[in-house]
Design a protein around this ligand. Structure first.
Ligand SMILES: [Zn+2]
Length: 238
């Protein structure tokens, strides 16, 4: 089988473009798998959960606080009612009973106010924690959005590059005689199909040809196809 000098150079170009396409395809697959941002996405989920828990705690504390305040209001109204009754009664015994109840109500009110204060302190802490968590989450959201945006742009760049590379590859394949392309494809299945002979070294397997093999290779006509005795790649002599 013969191959003109220009066919041989096209084979080198075809090998190079095939390798570029493979590399870019791997990069596209990596981007599509989302593994670069998987860790960030996991942090985002964890943080979202923490924000939800903190927000639920604030909500339940608010509810508890309004219940405690309502209890205080009930006691307050009972106290003012008792005070009215105390003003109106003429019975010393009744007055004594009311006064005793007022003492109990006063104690109850003070206990409720203490409880309410404790809830408020707890709520304040919970709200602070919630706002810290929200800031942290929004930072992660932002980082992830930037990373996703970059991935998308890289993907678009790679895909449009891949289209150009495929067109270039098709043009090269169309330009090279079919039987040479067929041989190239067969050799590609086993590894690098073509290598440039640099000095005595094969550009495909990087092994140096023996002096005898080298002499034989360089003494062949320019349009003869020669092969590496080590890896069987098509050798392109410069
Ligand atoms: Zn070789």
């Amino acid at each position: 089988m013969q191959a003109s000098k220009s066919n041989q150079l096209d084979l080198l170009a075809l090998e190079a473009i095939n390798q570029t396409i493979e590399r870019h395809q791997r990069e596209i697959d990596d981007l599509n798998s989302g593994k670069a941002t998987a860790e960030l996405r996991a942090s985002q989920r964890t943080m979202a959960l923490q924000v939800l828990e903190a927000s639920n705690l604030c909500e339940s504390l608010n509810l508890e606080l309004s219940r405690a305040n309502a209890d205080v209001a009930v006691v307050d109204s009972r106290i003012s009612l008792d005070k009215q009754r105390l003003n109106q009664t003429s019975s010393a015994k009744d007055a004594q009973g009311i006064e005793s109840e007022l003492v109990t109500l006063g104690k109850r009110k003070s206990d409720l106010e203490d409880a309410s204060l404790a809830i408020m302190e707890h709520l304040e802490e919970a709200e602070q924690k919630l706002s810290v968590l929200k800031v942290e989450k929004s930072k992660i959201d932002e980082t992830l959005a930037v990373a996703d945006d970059k991935s998308m742009q890289d993907l678009m760049k790679l895909q449009s590059g891949l289209q150009l590379e495929s067109t270039e590859r098709d043009a090269l394949r169309a330009r090279i005689p079919a039987e040479i392309v067929e041989l190239f494809d067969k050799k590609s299945l086993r590894g690098t199909a073509v290598g440039r002979l640099i000095g005595r070294q094969c550009g495909s397997c990087q092994i140096s040809l023996t002096a005898a093999a080298y002499d034989e290779a360089v003494n062949q006509p320019a349009d003869a196809m020669v092969f590496c005795p080590e890896c069987a790649a098509i050798l392109v002599r410069s």
